[in-house]
Design a protein around this ligand. Structure first.
Ligand code: SF4
Length: 374
């Protein structure tokens, strides 16, 4: 099992909170697609194939347009072994969704679409400078469904300045009403250098306080549970059978190949980071066929990563794996560090699995870092 991630960095305009690698240099799209396929060909042997999941993220993959998306899909299919692909996800912006776009995706073999909705309140969407309004997102889901896409994921954001528990409830209820199969929800974060961060510095907007964000999070958890969603990772919820296989593979430590500017790859031991700069990426691929720097993860880093990723999931951390991979001393260390949290009810330890208690999710980072190897 392995996954392939393809980063499409193009965005028509920048949302004020965004710190993903993205660019508005749309005139480079053709060249970029060509170089992505060249990179895939060159790195064809890096990860044991066939790939079982593929994810196109961004940026905004739907900004490639139909022709380039087809070219990229065909190019990747000729460069990589995608014969056993179970899940093929493409991220789209609601504003780009048309019958032609979804027709193209279906033709390409896409069977899961992830859409950044963020809110169903127009004032909130305007404030964070999303391109679409709420109605556009609702119509986009209808279009996807009309073309037989039955695995739709939407993203929501809580903690938007001006958002209240009432407007958040409205967005959550609307999301449930739309009968999508998967919902991801994130707390708005103020990343240094973003416009959102600068606006807060200048006192132009007021941050939603932590207590309200916690209330919003648990409103979401309870409402989705009632609607039949499984809470399978801190920020991710799905109807039964609709977990994101690609993201679950990241959390399980499955190897993946990352293509494109800013993409990361992991082969189980070595992490490779592609340069997060479009021009730099294109030059590196032309000159050297690759655009990454690599880092051999130490045993300590591998252990820390396993703890961090698995404890965020409902399945939790399998302590037998820690014992098998890292030995008795590390296992003893883990259990010693976990004990105060188990005794305080913040972690549970059953059947060899360590799991976060539901009410401890908001302090997950603190608990997890206590378990890291010092
Ligand atoms: S569409 Fe996504 S990647 Fe592009 S600017 Fe907005 S949040 Fe960032």
């Amino acid at each position: 099992m392995a996954g392939v991630y393809v980063h499409i960095p193009f965005c028509k305009q920048r949302c004020i909170y965004c710190d993903f690698y993205s660019t508005t240099q749309m005139h480079l799209r053709d060249h970029y697609v060509e170089m992505l396929v060249a990179e895939a060909r060159h790195r064809n042997n890096e990860i044991k194939q066939p790939f079982t999941t593929m994810y196109w993220g961004g940026g905004t993959p739907s900004q490639l347009g139909n022709g380039l998306m087809r070219d990229l899909s065909n190019g990747l299919r000729s460069a990589l072994n995608l014969t056993d692909l179970h899940e093929f996800t493409v991220e789209v912006n609601p504003d780009d969704v048309t019958h032609e776009l979804i027709d193209t995706l279906v033709d390409m073999g896409v069977n899961r679409v992830s859409m950044g909705v963020q809110s169903f309140v127009d004032d909130e969407l305007r404030l964070i400078r999303r391109r679409h309004d709420a109605q556009r997102a609702i119509d986009a889901v209808d279009v996807m469904r009309a073309h037989g896409i039955d695995n739709i994921s939407i993203d929501l954001i809580y903690g938007i300045p001006g958002q209240t528990t009432d407007t958040w409830k409205f967005s959550v209820d609307k999301a449930i009403e739309m009968n999508v199969q998967h919902i991801s929800a994130y707390n708005l974060s103020y990343e240094a250098g973003t416009l959102l961060w600068r606006q807060r510095q200048q006192g132009e907007l007021t941050e939603v306080d932590d207590e309200t964000c916690v209330t919003m999070y648990f409103m979401l958890v309870n409402a989705l549970k009632k609607a039949g969603f499984e809470h399978y990772e801190i920020s991710n919820f799905s109807l039964p059978g609709f977990y994101s296989r690609h993201n679950s593979a990241y959390w399980n430590g499955t190897p993946y190949l990352g293509l494109g500017a800013g993409a990361h790859s992991y082969d189980g031991q070595v992490r490779r980071y592609n340069i997060a700069d479009l021009q730099g990426y294109l030059h590196h691929i032309i000159d050297q066929d690759v655009a990454y720097q690599e880092e051999n993860l130490t045993i300590q880093e591998q252990y820390d990563e396993t703890v961090m990723l698995t404890l965020r999931t409902a399945r939790g951390l399998d302590t037998a794996i820690i014992h098998d991979r890292y030995g008795q001393a590390v296992y003893d260390y883990l259990m010693r560090q976990a004990m105060p949290h188990i005794e305080a009810g913040r972690l549970s330890a059953q059947g060899g699995q360590l799991r976060l208690a539901p009410e401890s999710v908001m302090v997950a980072d603190d608990i997890i870092s206590d378990l890291f190897l010092a």
